[in-house]
Design a protein around this ligand. Structure first.
Ligand code: SF4
Ligand code: SF4
Length: 719
């Protein structure tokens, strides 16, 4: 990433990345192929159990990094290896430069190592006059171009074969054909000569096994084997978190890593090195071998209650593969050395905090990375925690502080919404949209129409309609959590639930003291305000009275269910109550499919309907199949949409901060909706409704956007 001094400059970098058509096509193609390959590789396996196993063995080793380091050092040094511990990136580079000097090294070969990228090792060694050559094909290409990797596993994915042919022509001084097989042969020929001449090989390592003092390296190109065996000196630069207790633990990680990274059952090469090997060209017939462990903040992360989870990362790169933002923006502009969700976090810890400030905000909070992570890291949550830490260090922006203060005071917040309803009158156009966007929005935000605030919020209609869902002997007692968007912008989505539940033996309550769930302020890094708002809501619901807390907003639902217990435990007073509250939260689809068991005989829906799966419904609440079931059961023809689970680009405040990315995500979503031929697109989140409906409206589309509640209420036979 070129340095961006602030968010404004970072947005400019993003804009330029969005215009890189080749990169976008390459990442898009890979993003579509990756889930298929991964699913095939994991076929027949219990993926969740395998990932939990990785998390368990990683957590166990992270808890005893010091002991494992001592054990590794003892075992490896007994086998002729010299082991070092570098506190900083600079120290690691210096240790390696000194080893080179002491051994009269002039030429160095490297195999792929993200840790060496982290320390900028090549630059450092070149300052000492050493010639350093990367031997992984992708790494060699980007080294020749003087670039960093754009992906942890596929460092040159942003380049076309034409660009590589031009590059190789310049390097070899002979015109090279634009043919991938021939280009690979050129690289092999050029690099083979380097292997013979090199004095030192530098590798990374995927594992450092304490019980045996061995390192393990997994690769696809075989270059690491040559790098670690041919030169007389071998240095492995290893992140401290790569220590595992036993070989068996390392094998548990190998069961997941290649499958998750590239959809391979196993990489082409798995190399284990235990001790300094025989070496005919070395003075005492033994290879000179060093292992340099890099701390660079890892041991303090290991002691941090929340950040220690980050050290589980096995660098599979999957969090980039599924990230809708990375897929559009790519590597160099998206992040720094480490990319994907983990890059948003590690940049703050390992590199430049200045860079991290803008970067960490480039997350739409879609949760896709969390779902795919090889070691079960809650990446989206940690991204927000890093942002909160940055704001605590540098000061919180006035707008987020004000929003925090407003949301903490329900009466003030709702009063402001009512005032805004009056103020918007001159701006109101037909069909409930705003004619002109408010001045705070620039032209960049014009990609979707925005809805006006409703004339009467749901809470003001409740007294007139609640008798319809107040049976004498209810089967279920349910409290409705509305969230502020449905309450004040789309009250009809909530009213539709009253239609749906009438006569079904459900007693529905609407606790008036409830307010915004607090997710927007959490997203903005205002953790204290988010906690106060969560407390207001938990206290607004007397959980002992209800079987379920029903929400029609997936964003609220995911946040209430997953995050409330945590948000309130961060210094809050009511964690037990919060857990009870969270356990009762249920989505409408799940309630209709699993609890009420919707009876198709009561419905007469017609026509083709597709579904956009809100990120927080599919991944926050783990509700994936139920929306399809209820659409089908209501009589409609369900037509699946390509990439149904990919984010629509709303992301609350994200779409305001990064409108260009939000627009691109929406365009893709609309193209996928239109390709289904459906007359109606159903979704289950008011945020997605706002984004998709506004986008379709601007395009003049006839496709209707409905909430699940509206579709079902409309299709229900009238008595
Ligand atoms: S939550 Fe979504 S947008 Fe954010 S880093 Fe993860 S995958 Fe990317
Ligand atoms: S954070 Fe998870 S998904 Fe991302 S590279 Fe690390 S292990 Fe893989």
């Amino acid at each position: 990433m070129q340095d961006a001094k602030d968010l404004k400059e970072y947005r400019e970098h993003i804009k330029s990345a969005l215009s890189n058509d080749f990169q976008r096509q390459a990442l898009d193609k890979f993003a579509k192929a990756y889930p298929v390959g991964r699913a095939n590789a994991f076929k027949g396996h219990d993926v969740k159990a395998l990932i939990e196993e990785v998390a368990r063995v990683k957590d166990a080793s992270i808890a005893r990094l010091d002991e494992l380091y001592d054990e590794f050092k003892r075992k490896a040094e007994a086998l002729g290896v010299k082991v070092h511990l570098a506190k900083t990136a600079h120290e690691a580079n210096e240790i390696i430069a000194r080893i080179a000097q002491e051994n009269g090294v002039k030429k160095v070969l490297k195999s792929k190592s993200m840790t060496a990228e982290e320390t900028h090792l090549n630059d450092h060694l070149e300052k000492y006059g050493l010639e350093v050559t990367e031997t992984d094909l992708g790494e060699w290409i980007i080294q020749l171009r003087k670039e960093g990797p754009t992906h942890m596993v596929m460092p040159a994915i942003h380049l076309s074969r034409h660009q590589v042919a031009d590059l190789f022509s310049a390097v070899t001084g002979a015109a090279q054909e634009v043919d991938i097989d021939k280009l690979v042969k050129v690289a092999r020929r050029e690099l083979r000569a380097k292997y013979v001449e090199a004095d030192m090989g530098i590798s990374g390592a995927n594992f450092a096994v304490a019980e045996t003092g061995s390192i393990g390296i997994i690769t696809n190109e075989g270059n690491a084997r040559l790098v670690t065996t041919l030169p007389r000196v071998h240095v492995a630069l290893v992140g401290l978190e790569k220590l595992t207790t036993t070989l068996d633990d390392a094998l548990k990680i190998i069961r997941v890593l290649p499958k998750n990274a590239t959809g391979q059952n196993i990489t082409s090469y798995v190399t284990w090195i235990t001790g300094a090997n025989e070496c005919a060209s070395c003075p005492d017939q033994k290879k000179v071998m060093h292992v340099v462990f890099l701390d660079n903040g890892r041991s303090s992360m290991a002691k941090h209650e929340s950040y220690k989870e980050v050290l589980r990362c096995v660098r599979c790169g999957a969090c980039a593969n599924v990230c809708p933002v990375y897929r559009l923006v790519g590597g160099h502009e998206y992040g720094d050395v480490y990319i994907g969700a983990i890059g948003l976090i590690l940049t703050y810890f390992f590199h430049n905090k200045e860079k991290a400030k803008a970067l960490v905000q480039n997350c739409v909070n879609c949760q896709a990375c969390k779902e795919i992570c090889a070691s079960g890291i809650d990446l989206p949550r940690i991204i927000k925690e890093v942002y909160n830490d940055i704001l605590n260090e540098e000061g919180h922006p006035a707008e987020s502080k004000v929003l925090g203060l407003v949301l903490k005071n329900r009466a003030l917040f709702h009063g402001l919404l009512r005032t805004a309803r009056l103020a918007q009158k001159p701006l109101k156009a037909e069909q409930g949209y705003l004619r002109h966007l408010p001045l705070i929005f620039s032209k960049e935000h014009n990609f979707r129409a925005l809805p006006a605030i409703a004339d009467k919020p749901f809470r003001d209609r409740w007294n007139e309609i609640k008798h319809r869902v107040s049976p004498a002997n209810p089967r279920y007692k349910v409290a409705l959590f509305s969230g502020c968007v449905q309450d004040f912008v789309y009250p009809e989505q909530l009213e539709a639930v009253v239609d749906l539940l009438e006569g079904k033996g459900v007693q529905l309550d609407f606790p008036m003291a409830q307010t915004c769930c607090g997710l927007p302020v959490r997203m903005m890094g205002e953790f204290n305000a988010a906690k106060d708002v969560a407390e207001l809501n938990v206290n607004a619901f007397d959980q002992s009275k209800y079987d379920y807390v029903l929400t029609l907003c997936a964003s609220c639902g995911g946040y209430l269910k997953e995050m409330y217990p945590r948000v309130l435990t961060e210094g809050g007073k009511t964690p037990v109550k919060a857990q009870q509250f969270a356990d009762k939260v249920i989505s409408l689809s799940e309630f209709m499919a699993k609890v009420l068991k919707l009876d198709p005989a009561e419905y007469q829906g017609q026509g083709k309907v597709t579904f956009h799966s809100p990120c927080h419904l599919a991944r926050g609440m783990n509700v994936k199949e139920e929306p399809h079931e209820v659409i089908r059961a209501s009589g409609h023809e369900f037509v699946p949409m390509e990439e149904e689970h990919v984010c629509c680009g709303f992301g609350g405040t994200y779409s305001m901060k990064f409108p260009q990315v939000s627009k691109e995500l929406l365009d893709k979503k609309i193209a996928n909706i239109e390709a289904t031929g459906a007359e109606v697109i159903v979704t289950e989140c008011p945020g997605c409704t706002m984004q998709i409906r506004g986008g379709l409206h601007n395009k003049g589309s006839k496709v209707q956007v409905m909430h699940t509640s509206e579709l079902l209420a409309k299709a229900r036979k009238k008595k």
